[in-house]
Design a protein around this ligand. Structure first.
Ligand SMILES: O=C(O)c1cc(=O)[nH]c(=O)n1[C@@H]1O[C@H](COP(=O)(O)O)[C@@H](O)[C@H]1O
Length: 237
């Protein structure tokens, strides 16, 4: 399976550059892309990003920007030249912030001769439940708030959103057929769930309508990460 058709992005959640580069090289051609998040990026910055990008794999830069529109636009200008395939922002930053983020990503891609990254929105983090929303003054249930923020993201120019496997159907209903659904909380049958609460297998999530499957530990902590990635890819056929 070539990586252009493999929907799996492996999350490299470590601060250790050598370990991330070792895993990234090992996974070339076995996953569709790699995810670099706050942990790796805060420790290693743009040079660390470039070390991973040298693999030639598409990269999901998951920094979940959440600030005023001008600052988020500035952050996107700063990372756009790195050429990530996917960028994340928080939908709770509101419509103007999302619009500026989408417009800035498009402008910068054109300026640098790069493919425009997908700007995808985080709605309600999977670590929050209804009682957490109540604590921050949101009376609605998680599902209603996810649907509201998803629709707002789609109407504010985002390319897609991050959602849990159990939110795929709801997210699709609230948006449109081309909205990219980037889905963590994926566990191959028989692998440890760890701290993820609501999980599906890769095949179930793909069938439900996920566009990208974000998978970390089931690959990175496997005895043989390459074999684990191959088994996941095979399970999707
Ligand atoms: O934005 C994310 O990628 C994300 C959002 C979310 O709500 N839940 C979630 O687990 N993630 C990320 O998805 C990855 C899942 O990793 P594993 O649980 O090891 O497969 C981690 O990098 C998480 O930070």
């Amino acid at each position: 399976m070539t990586h252009t058709h493999n929907p799996v992005y492996c999350a490299l959640d470590t601060t250790d550059t050598a370990e991330a580069v070792r895993l990234a090289k090992m996974l070339i051609g076995h996953v569709g892309g790699l995810k670099v998040g706050l942990e790796y990026y805060c420790a290693n910055g743009t040079d660390g990003f470039k070390r991973i990008a040298e693999t030639g794999m598409p990269i999901f830069l998951d920094l979940k920007f959440h600030d005023i529109p001008n600052t988020v636009a500035g952050a996107i200008r700063a990372v756009a030249p790195l050429g990530p395939k996917i960028l994340t922002i928080h939908t709770q930053g509101g419509p103007e912030m999302m619009r500026r983020a989408a417009d800035t990503a498009a402008e910068q891609a054109e300026k640098h001769g790069l493919t425009k990254p997908w700007v995808v929105g985080v709605t309600i983090l999977t670590s929050l439940d209804d009682s957490d929303l109540k604590a921050i003054g949101v009376a609605d249930k998680v599902a209603d708030q996810v649907a509201r923020l998803a629709a707002l993201g789609a109407s504010s120019g985002l390319d897609g959103m991050v959602c849990s496997p159990l939110e795929i159907a709801l997210a699709r209903r609230a948006t449109h057929k081309d909205f990219k659904l980037v889905v963590p909380g994926i566990r191959p049958a028989g692998s440890a769930v760890g701290d993820q609460k609501r999980v599906m297998t890769p095949k179930e999530a793909l069938t439900a309508g996920a566009d990208v499957l974000v998978i970390g530990r089931p690959i990175t902590q496997a005895k043989d990460p390459q074999e684990a990635a191959n088994l996941i890819a095979a399970s999707l056929l």
